[in-house]
Design a protein around this ligand. Structure first.
Ligand SMILES: NC(=O)c1ccc[n+]([C@@H]2O[C@H](COP(=O)([O-])OP(=O)(O)OC[C@H]3O[C@@H](n4cnc5c(N)ncnc54)[C@H](O)[C@@H]3O)[C@@H](O)[C@H]2O)c1
Length: 283
């Protein structure tokens, strides 16, 4: 099945990126928000991101105009009625996502593939809200979507091979390298990153090394592009905490239990880059 028209639920940080890369690759896009103000904000951010791409020589003014011309913003979910693929990128809350999937199941055409960009929630729980769980999978994009090259597909025990194949082709059509994981909290990326980040936080908490030394050891010693504390600040410490809790809840493995320092920082509103303070200061 060829994917031509793409729906995106949510025009926040991730949804706007998914809408942008899809439109730049030539797909028609419908992107929704819960109100006009948030929709306008998201569409303005897409415009700004395309302007940056032009400034960096990655796109021409004509590419920008063509991409913007392919994106339609809406606050009516009914506008997903002729989409071949809808990617849900609303906030990380299972009850909300389940409702979105139940609604999409009623609105979208029979052949449509429904995907969630969730970082750690059960894709199967969302799929079971639909009448065609074989057409549901996870499509875990990375932030910032226009820059990051990978796309993690998440296959539930009910996702069909045909669905996976169509999602794989779509991922390649938007310039991503695709890899596939099973539907379990953390998928591949966070299953490996979260315990690594939590161990770095535990070293800091124990006074074993400074935050700068921990990050530098990993950047200069292991050749990672950034250290685990810098990356946790980037991901968001609230998000890191949320994913760790979900993984601990599922596997009951103490490696995934959030250390007290992380919990305290989240309680104090120190979420990393987005709040201006995390392990480092961004003000
Ligand atoms: N931020 C990241 O680095 C990152 C990375 C990978 C995956 N994710 C996942 O992507 C999803 C979105 O994250 P985000 O960072 O873009 O969050 P965000 O808060 O920036 O954006 C979410 C948007 O969804 C909108 N929304 C909520 N309910 C909606 C509905 N019913 N219909 C339409 N819009 C709705 C909200 O108004 C908000 O603007 C989450 O599931 C998150 O776990 C985030």
């Amino acid at each position: 099945m060829e994917i031509k028209k793409v729906g995106v639920v949510g025009c926040g940080l991730m949804g706007r990126g998914i809408a942008e890369v899809s439109a730049r690759a030539g797909h028609d896009v419908v992107v929704s928000e819960i109100n006009q103000e948030l929709l306008d904000k998201g569409l303005a951010a897409i415009n700004a991101s395309l302007t940056t791409a032009v400034g960096r020589g990655k796109a021409t003014e004509a590419d920008k105009a063509a991409a913007l011309g392919r994106i339609k913003g809406t606050i009516e979910t009914g506008n997903f009625k002729d989409c071949d693929l809808v990617v849900e990128a609303a906030v990380e809350n299972l009850e909300l996502k389940k409702k979105v999937f139940a609604d999409l199941d009623k609105i979208c055409p029979e052949h449509a593939i429904l995907a969630s960009n969730s970082s750690c929630l059960s894709i199967l729980d969302m799929a079971m809200m639909t009448k065609k769980p074989d057409k549901v999978l996870g499509m875990h994009f990375f932030n910032p979507v226009p820059v990051m090259r990978g796309l993690e597909l998440v296959k539930t025990i009910l996702t069909s091979d045909e669905t996976l194949k169509a999602a794989d082709s779509f991922g390649k059509s938007i310039g991503k390298t695709v890899f596939t994981a099973q539907d379990a909290p953390g998928f591949i990326t966070n299953r490996l990153f979260i315990p690594f980040a939590l161990d770095a936080i535990r070293l800091l908490e124990a006074g074993f090394a400074t935050k700068e030394d921990i990050d530098q050891a990993i950047v200069l010693g292991l050749n990672h592009p950034m250290g685990p504390l810098t990356l946790s600040d980037y991901v968001g410490l609230d998000t890191t905490y949320f994913i760790a809790e979900a993984m601990y809840e599922e596997f009951k493995d103490p490696r995934y239990a959030p250390p007290p320092l992380l919990k305290k920082m989240v309680t104090a509103g120190q979420f990393g880059r987005k709040s201006g303070k995390g392990f480092y200061d961004y003000k």
